[in-house]
Design a protein around this ligand. Structure first.
Ligand code: SAM
Length: 218
């Protein structure tokens, strides 16, 4: 069951979470404000509500997780979202990350490979009144029909940087993606300087569920 009520207690817990994220190194005021605004407990079952503002990933069913708030903040900060950006998110999951991108003013296109999660999250986000473009399918190959994108965010661990995703980025566009083995991945930010020149930056290690599909883990 989901409870769509915010309270002073929840607001206080969000402020504490934002303080913690600041302490851990998140600097973008826009990202911190979005996390402070969006009730993360809406994305949790009522029985688990008390865990919503811990800085932890949490199971959301179908063997998948809602990412840790620090991970969401870190990836979103790297993406440098500007209002009006057309953003592709790969791995809709609970919809929380997509909602954060939406609050930052992005036009969000989000794709999920698990049909049950896709159905559930699409329905839930409509109930929340958050308008994202939802797709069901293998996001490791991007969404060629909807390309190009200003930004692409991959929220599952990839074995390689999928070529299709680089192809679907605009010049000047940014791809944020965790790449590594099945247990640990390094966060990468790739900026498309020209159609043939990509600048790559490396950040800290994370542990994501695997990116499946044709350009992911098979
Ligand atoms: N962004 C999500 C959120 O805010 O709750 C968390 C994402 S969860 C860590 C990773 C998600 O990626 C899972 O829901 C998984 O089913 C999905 N996934 C894995 N491989 C995928 C693929 N090839 N295309 C689309 N989604 C994929």
């Amino acid at each position: 069951m989901l409870r769509l009520e915010d309270s002073y207690r929840h607001k206080g817990q969000r402020r504490e979470l934002v303080k913690l994220l600041r302490k851990k190194g998140i600097k973008s005021e826009a990202v911190l404000e979005a996390i402070n605004t969006l009730p993360r407990h809406f994305f949790f079952d009522t029985a688990l509500d008390s865990h919503a503002y811990e800085d932890k990933a949490f199971p959301i069913g179908e063997g998948q997780t809602i990412s840790q708030p620090y991970t969401v903040a870190f990836q979103t900060e790297l993406l440098q979202v500007k209002p009006g950006d057309k953003v592709l998110e790969i791995g809709t999951g609970s919809g929380y990350q997509g909602a954060i991108l939406h609050l930052l003013g992005a036009e969000v296109h989000t794709i999920e490979f698990q049909k049950k999660l896709y159905d559930r999250t699409k329905k839930f986000m409509t109930k929340l009144g958050i308008h994202l473009h939802f797709y069901f399918g293998d996001g490791s190959q991007g969404i060629p029909d909807k390309a190009p994108f200003d930004k692409i965010l991959v929220t599952a661990g990839a074995p390689i940087v999928p070529k299709s995703l680089l192809k679907q980025l605009k010049i000047g566009g940014i791809l944020v993606i965790p790449v590594g083995d099945r247990n640990t991945q390094k966060m990468l930010r790739l900026t498309k300087i020209t159609s043939t020149k990509i600048e790559q930056e490396e950040f800290e290690n994370f542990a994501f569920v695997p990116l499946l599909g044709a350009e992911g883990w098979r």
